[in-house]
Design a protein around this ligand. Sequence first.
Ligand SMILES: Cc1cc2nc3c(=O)[nH]c(=O)nc-3n(C[C@H](O)[C@H](O)[C@H](O)COP(=O)(O)OP(=O)(O)OC[C@H]3O[C@@H](n4cnc5c(N)ncnc54)[C@H](O)[C@@H]3O)c2cc1C
Ligand code: FES
Length: 275
Amino acid sequence: MATAELTAWTAPCTLLSRREVGPDAIIMELALPEPMTDVAPGVFAMLSPADGSGPEIPRPFSLYDLPAPDRATFLVQIMGRGTQALAAVSPGQEVLCTMPLGNGFTLPAPERPVVIVAGGVGCAPFLHYLRLRLQQGAGARTHMIYGARESSRLYDYQAFAALDGIDLRAATDDGSLGFHGNVIAALDAGLANGSLPRDADFLACGPAGLLHGFADYARKQDLQAWLSLETYMGCGFGVCNACPVETEPEGPLGAWPWARTCREGPVFPLTSIRF
Ligand SMILES: Cc1cc2nc3c(=O)[nH]c(=O)nc-3n(C[C@H](O)[C@H](O)[C@H](O)COP(=O)(O)OP(=O)(O)OC[C@H]3O[C@@H](n4cnc5c(N)ncnc54)[C@H](O)[C@@H]3O)c2cc1C
Ligand code: FES
């Protein structure tokens, strides 16, 4: 996990562009009030329409990409009131943004292999991560299994496929692209046939079912694993206690029975939480 304490800011940010990337998802590009450099991959923002048309509580979204130091993108799957209100913001209008929040992922040394397991919008923390791995010259030791129910829900798949030098594998439940089955089955197959390294950092993000399946599998296989959790949130910065996750008494966070996903997470070593 990244350890640097980040100073979050809140500001209205102009929506520069908005594009659809699947049946129920968009990418929103925001103009930032100040350039962001050295931001850890996997940090998140709390977002809401600046005109107050959304729910009172903003919603959390992983920082997806930084196309320029003063521009950030977010991949948003439209679920309920908060995301519908964000999707209704038009270019030129403003989104209220608080970021960067949370700890994010720490990149290992370039020689250490990494295996990423992502489902649907769970791909969002990893585009920036992969760009940093390429900058490290570690593309050949970076593997990603990106899964979804069907290929149309592999949101913005082309952006990942365009990262030259990364080993990207699709997995779809209906077999419409890549491995026919879920990401855990694809991971198991890759480890069994030796095309994925066992001695690696394993990182996962996605819906709760995927994360529980991954956590069980990683524990059984004794993999060194980290999870990026997507719990409900209230404030996003550690004061409302809406985002608890039970800690493992024997793990590094064990002094507290509960950790806050927004503050001590959203990225947790698997050994630190009861999940
Ligand atoms: C750290 C973090 C990063 C996230 N990053 C992204 C991202 O990059 N892109 C993205 O699309 N989403 C992301 N999410 C999830 C996103 O915040 C929720 O989908 C959003 O809050 C839903 O708000 P809503 O008002 O549209 O839906 P609600 O009206 O609040 O809920 C609609 C439906 O979605 C379900 N739901 C809502 N939130 C969650 C959740 N967190 N987990 C499981 N089910 C949920 C509800 O049970 C309900 O069925 C992230 C969450 C966290 C905590
Ligand atoms: S969301 Fe408020 S403490 Fe985590």
